[in-house]
Write a protein that binds this ligand. Structure first.
Ligand code: NAD
Ligand code: TYD
Length: 350
């Protein structure tokens, strides 16, 4: 019997990781620790919430004594740490929140793990989920490898880079069994509609303008969220301590090209004439410090642990659009704020 703590499990990627672990490992007890910020939504997990190996813990990783007491009480065997402030645009308007959650929150978890696992590190694992944005930006050529130097440009990526450094430092200094992965942009069901793809799907639904930053020439490398969750499973179980793995799908898209594909798929699915949604494209002021291009070399993960992405982008984007269109109640709940009442309904008042 293993007890695993997954932080940020009510968020976009975390909910897919929780679902995978709860369903695949009936002999694990999975604890989802989440503060339920605007990005945390327990409706993402209605299909697993009744399972006996799933436990939800409402709490804040920035609360040092709470984190320590939780570790003391539950005696976790492993941690998969996803809780974070994750949106670059929000980090530009409120950087401090990112420092507190992403850096201090991570250090609180590291401190609890190192104290309670001291002398009992064998079989334990602290797995930190990070982003390719820590590597900064690429020009036209090349890819990020695990050896690429850190060069973050946004307050978000700077806070993630800092947390990665703390995780490695705790491995080196205290012998904590740590592992890190850095993944490219995710897309798929349950993503909060502030990020590019779900925001644009929602805007197209309501014929609202599609705000393309700058000239739309920035390039991102997109991975279907379930493929990220599958990589996390493989790395958690088979990656050697102290290692870093890059995760990505070799799937680079210039923003404007991706948006055109999305518009076409939306026109098809909504029965609108081809070209209707493209008319909503509106070029707006560029994001400050906007990284030009991200591209991940995930050959280490593929070679050493045998992971590979399962979906082609065309298939993934169709699945994604279909999910949002058949879950319009979810999308409406998230955009209206109603999803925040779900906790009270399920668990009573906070
Ligand atoms: P998200 O914003 O959808 O979810 C974050 C979750 O963390 C939410 O459920 C939120 O309530 C919770 N949380 C925030 N602050 C907390 C706190 N103080 N205490 C406890 N819980 C808290 O994020 P996401 O897109 O699912 O990303 C998850 C992780 O993966 C992050 O660490 C992010 O940096 C990393 N990542 C994301 C992407 C991506 O494309 N979304 C790519 C690579 C890496
Ligand atoms: P986003 O989904 O915010 O992810 P990240 O900034 O972490 O890569 O943005 C993806 C790309 O889309 C990025 O280059 C910024 C751009 N973008 C827009 O052009 N318009 C938008 O409204 C948003 C949210 C993003």
């Amino acid at each position: 019997m293993k007890k695993i703590l997954i932080t940020g499990g009510a968020g976009f990627i975390g909910s897919h990781v929780v679902r995978l672990f709860v369903n695949k490992y009936a002999d694990y007890q999975v604890y989802n620790l989440d503060k339920l910020t605007y990005a945390g939504n327990l409706e993402n997990l209605t299909d697993v919430e009744q399972k006996s190996n799933y436990h939800f813990v409402l709490g804040d990783i920035t609360n040092e004594s709470f984190v320590f007491e939780l570790f003391q009480k539950e005696q976790f065997d492993g941690v998969i740490h996803l809780a974070a402030e994750s949106h670059v645009d929000r980090s530009i308007t409120d950087p401090n929140e990112f420092v507190v959650t992403n850096v201090l929150g991570t250090v609180n978890l590291l401190n609890a793990a190192r104290t309670l696992w001291k002398g009992k590190e064998e079989g334990k694992r602290f797995y930190h989920i990070s982003t390719d944005e820590v590597y900064g930006t690429l020009g036209e050529e090349g890819m990020f490898t695990e050896e690429t130097s850190y060069d973050p440009h946004s307050p978000y990526s700077a806070s993630k880079a800092s947390s990665d450094h703390f995780v490695r430092a705790y491995g080196d200094t205290y012998g904590l069994p740590v592992i890190i992965s850095n993944c490219s942009n995710n897309y798929g069901p349950n993503q909060f509609p502030e990020k590019l793809i779900p925001l644009f799907i929602n805007n197209i639904r309501y014929n609202k303008p599609l705000p393309v930053y700058g000239k739309g020439v920035n390039v991102r490398d997109w991975l279907y969220v379930e493929d990220h969750a599958a990589a996390i499973d493989v790395i958690y179980h088979n990656g050697p301590n102290g290692e870093t793995f890059n995760i990505g799908g070799h799937n680079e898209w210039k923003n404007i090209d991706l948006i055109r594909v999305l518009c076409k798929v939306m026109d098809d699915k909504l029965g609108r004439e081809t070209g209707t949604s493209e008319k909503l494209i509106t070029y707006v002021t560029d994001r400050a410090g906007h990284d030009l291009r991200y591209a991940i070399d995930s050959s280490k993960l593929q070679r050493e642990l045998g992971w590979k992405p399962s979906l082609q982008f065309e298939e993934g984007i169709e699945k994604t659009v279909e999910w949002y269109l058949s879950n319009q109640k979810w999308l409406d709940g998230v955009t209206s704020g109603n999803y925040q009442k779900y906790y009270e309904k399920m668990y009573g008042s906070r």
